[in-house]
Design a protein around this ligand. Sequence first.
Ligand code: C2O
Ligand code: CU
Ligand code: CU
Length: 502
Amino acid sequence: MVSRRDVLKLGALGLAGAAVPGLLSRPALARALPEPFSRPLAIPPLRTGRLQGGVRTFDLTVRRGRRRFLSGVDTATLGIDADYLGPALRVRRGERVRFAVRNALSTVTTLHWHGVHLPARMDGGPQQVIEPGAVWRPEFEIRQPASLQWYHAHPLHHTGEQVYQGLAGLFYIDDGETPPGLPAEYGVDDIPLVLQDRRFDSDGQFLYLATMRDRMFGVHGDVMLVNGVPWPTLAVPRRRMRLRLLNGSNARTYNLVFSDGREMLQVGTDGGLLARPVARRSIRLAPAERADVIVTFEPGDRVTLRHEPLPRRRRGRRGMGMMGMMGMMSMMQPADEPFVIMQFTAERPEPPQAALPQRLAEVPDWSPRRAARTRRFVLDMAMGPRMMRGDGFTINGRSMDMARIDARVPLGDVEIWEIVNDSPMGHPFHIHDIQFRILDRDGRPPAPWERGLKDTVWVDAGETVRVITRFDDYADPDHPYMFHCHILEHEDGGMMGQFVVV
Ligand code: C2O
Ligand code: CU
Ligand code: CU
């Protein structure tokens, strides 16, 4: 059993020694922290909505809440029909869905369907503002394969703050084509795990965006929440478990491993199933990325899922200025230390009924020869006054402007988007509306686990990643979609742009 002390050691999520004003002093934090693995994992309630004239309909209310993450103190939160996070919504490919999203906050919000292919007017980006007290009614058809998508707040400059407080939830798409042998019983052997790191102040409240370092690297926390529960434990009922991992953190990238090094069989990525399973010992998951994995448990198992530090790459494209900046960055960058996330135990798990399928799905692919064009997106960050002002993050030298359309994509075109990271830290680049395939990283073909549909791709410092996709359906010159870094403080700081499909 891991003691509270060990968790603090392991749970020092890279902030040890950091001068963060207001952060709980260690002894006070230790008293307020729950015993590790003492709370059961919460499973977000599953909602299938109701059918109204053939349209699957959901009513959602975005509201304030309170949640006891720490012992003896309630934290002020935000949630969707809940105190923190929202329900898991389940829809089917081919059907129409409709939502009534009521904003019961005193500030504006939006609700974005991350990873979902839909008309831009329904996307819930910063353009679809829901005023306090107002109801937003998006409606669209589900036109994509089975996958785990998610929804989250996306108001201009305030996405990070609202997601941090809890405005996110899961969006399951079914297509009736799950291969036999793949666990599919929600909350039983098909378990969502929303990973979020959080930081609390001395009053036990979320401490969001406190320092310059937070702006630069994004807000990192020292308490690990899974589905909103600090360091939870899960007693698994079956030997073959399917874990749907979502990195719901604002800024932190995880390198996930099991404490005994056991294998994870990755069966899916952001956009759905891979063509075939890929055996892995560690999985890097950047903000907004999903991984669908099968883990096998044996009777008597007691293992933890943990983060192991990743080798850090610091390679810029520019000369001495870059070297100086990189030196400064590496001094400021939070240390990457190992920490625990959650525990799994198995008493007498049931053996699987069917063999694991070797063929999972047909993954759409687009040949680069069919691409109509290549667009370049250069990610960068400015230091000094711009960074202080909070708009130091740029794409192609410009920070986000609602009045500017950065790209016009002709409907039906296959395009290659070349994402060039000219900055000294990695960025998870996300494109709304579509799912893409990764063509190459610095000219090298993607690893087997990156050969699935993706909507978010990690682009390391100094790296160039090319992705390819086709922009189908929903031409609309007046309503843009977004593309941006999914480190939410970078997105809010300007590393975002708009495109229209015409
Ligand atoms: Cu998770 Cu603009 O999205
Ligand atoms: Cu999105
Ligand atoms: Cu970024």
